[in-house]
Design a protein around this ligand. Structure first.
Ligand code: BG6
Length: 499
């Protein structure tokens, strides 16, 4: 149940686009089904396209049918759809915002209550500035307690552009009103990292350089760039995934215990991690970062085109679709423990996981014959698609001789809770409605994560790759990614949940 039940209006700028249809409205619909939305609630869609309310609603219903974890059923959809309206509008024109102010105040009259206002920027980066300037001019976010702005990624293209975007936003609004989305933070398993680490007494004492050998974070995608080639070709894997999602996971794995769960306390502890990441000197980029781009190849029995032949991508594109990095966090807890990060498109599986590998036992007392299949202890945190945690350890094999075998202790969300996890956007939208910024990126966090990757971005921009494409679709990235970790005497753990 909604905790505050405050009358709420969500205005979506760019409501005719994909994000609204695929993510935002399916999430709001699920919140509605579970009774999380306030009784007085409205979704106001704005976009350039001419559409009436009915056309807009049926487009959204299609989105729910196609993309929601629960399909639209006639009665509940009808009740939900009554909360939705649409207006065709030029988002760069001040008159749009004067009309919006009127619409919002009409709701207040109808409800006989002052609603809180959430403004969602589901638009491309070029519209962020005009929309926020107009919102400011129309005084639509004057009430700091009751108006919030939600900003989607990409948040900037590099450190300088992220800084100027932050300056522009914080010049017009208070930082507490700005909700920068990183949807990975809304995933159940990502949030569970905090519960796992800080609600249990047994892991924290061994969560440091004395017991942990290294950490791997893999976010593997089978999809290519689909219809987003135009955007992606100017971004690449480092900007699209590592700067935000993977570095956020790193923060949750490496952060110090928070004193409380207050939003700023958690965000302070995360930003401390980013500040502690060892800066990468330009001359070391080649030893710490690998880039790749997929060529033609086979995946799930189908032949897939090379990245350079995807729609919206330049035929001679230098954009990376795969990136692997080795980072160090320079503090007492993590000194000299490598964190290996990798992500890519058109990899053999769809799966994201964190693998924490522990140091070997200090003394091996078993005979060599007993430990033929000896593996290090590992903690495998599966983020998706199957959500769960696996502890990999040694056990004695049944039989008269002493022989050891690795076995797994497994927890899966599905088995433990017998209920489907909410989508990340459900969690995040409810947090915006309730004014909880814990899972959103603060200005300094965004800038700190850009700072981590800037040396790599700059070096890669200055030196064109000579070997692109360098991995066939359906393989684990370029051979150099294996070398990156093999030169330290280690190897990548491929995502699988031990099925
Ligand atoms: C987005 C990226 O932020 O995350 C996409 O822009 C990527 O390129 C997507 O495909 C992956 O998200 P998820 O939730 O499917 O792992």
């Amino acid at each position: 149940m909604n905790l505050q039940n405050k009358p709420t209006i969500i205005t979506i700028f760019g409501a005719g686009g994909d994000l609204t249809q695929r993510k935002l409205v399916p999430a709001l619909y699920n919140l509605h089904l579970d009774g999380w939305l306030p009784e007085q609630f409205a979704i106001v869609g704005l976009d350039l396209k001419e559409m009436d309310d009915d056309a807009f609603r049926s487009r959204l219903r299609q989105g729910v049918d196609d993309f929601s974890r629960r399909k639209a059923d006639g009665k509940t959809w009808h009740a939900f759809a009554q909360h939705i309206s649409y207006a065709a509008a030029d988002l760069t024109n001040q008159a749009t915002y004067e009309e919006l102010a009127q619409t919002l105040s009409d709701f207040d009259k109808q409800w006989q209550a002052a609603a809180q206002h959430l403004f969602y920027l589901a638009v491309g980066p070029s519209l962020i500035e005009p929309i926020t300037q107009h919102l400011h001019k129309a005084k639509l976010m004057r009430d700091q307690q009751n108006s919030r702005l939600v900003v989607e990624k990409p948040f900037g293209h590099d450190l300088a552009s992220a800084q100027s975007l932050n300056e522009m936003l914080t010049h017009n609004f208070d930082e507490s009103q700005i909700y920068r989305i990183d949807h990975y933070l809304g995933k159940e398993t990502v949030q569970n990292l905090l519960a796992f680490r800080f609600a249990n007494a047994m892991f924290e004492p061994i969560w440091d350089r004395r017991y942990i050998d290294h950490v791997q974070i893999t976010v593997a995608e089978q999809v290519g760039v689909a219809h987003r080639g135009g955007y992606y070709d100017h971004a690449g894997a480092l900007r699209d995934m590592i700067q935000n999602h993977l570095l956020q996971i790193l923060c949750l794995i490496a952060m110090e215990p928070p004193v409380s769960f207050a939003a700023d306390e958690i965000r302070n502890k995360k930003v401390d991690v980013l500040r502690a990441v060892r800066p990468i000197a330009p001359e070391n980029v080649d030893d710490t970062a690998v880039r790749g781009q997929y060529g033609r190849g086979w995946l799930r029995g189908e032949e897939e085109p090379a990245y350079q032949n995807e729609e919206g991508v330049a035929a001679n594109s230098n954009t990376e679709t795969f990136a692997a990095l080795k980072l160090f966090v320079d503090n007492w807890r993590w000194q000299d423990v490598p964190f290996y990060l990798r992500t890519g498109k058109r990899l053999p599986v769809h799966g994201s996981q964190v693998v924490v590998t522990f140091r070997p036992v200090p003394h091996q007392s078993f005979p060599e014959t007993a430990v033929e299949t000896w593996h290090r202890n590992r903690l495998i945190i599966n983020i998706q698609p199957e959500e769960g945690i696996r502890l990999h350890f040694q056990a004695k094999r049944p039989g008269p001789a002493i022989r050891l075998s690795p076995v797994d202790l497994r927890f899966t969300y599905q088995d433990a809770f017998k209920t489907a996890s909410p989508e990340a956007y459900e969690t995040l939208l409810l947090d915006v409605i309730e004014g909880d910024a814990t899972l959103f990126m603060r200005a300094d966090q965004v800038e700190a994560s850009w700072r981590v990757i800037m040396p790599i971005l700059d070096t890669w921009a200055a030196n064109s790759p000579l070997d692109f494409p360098n991995y066939p679709a359906g393989t684990w990235g370029p051979p150099a990614a294996d070398v990156l970790i093999a030169q330290d005497g280690r190897s990548w753990q491929q995502p699988d949940f031990g099925n």
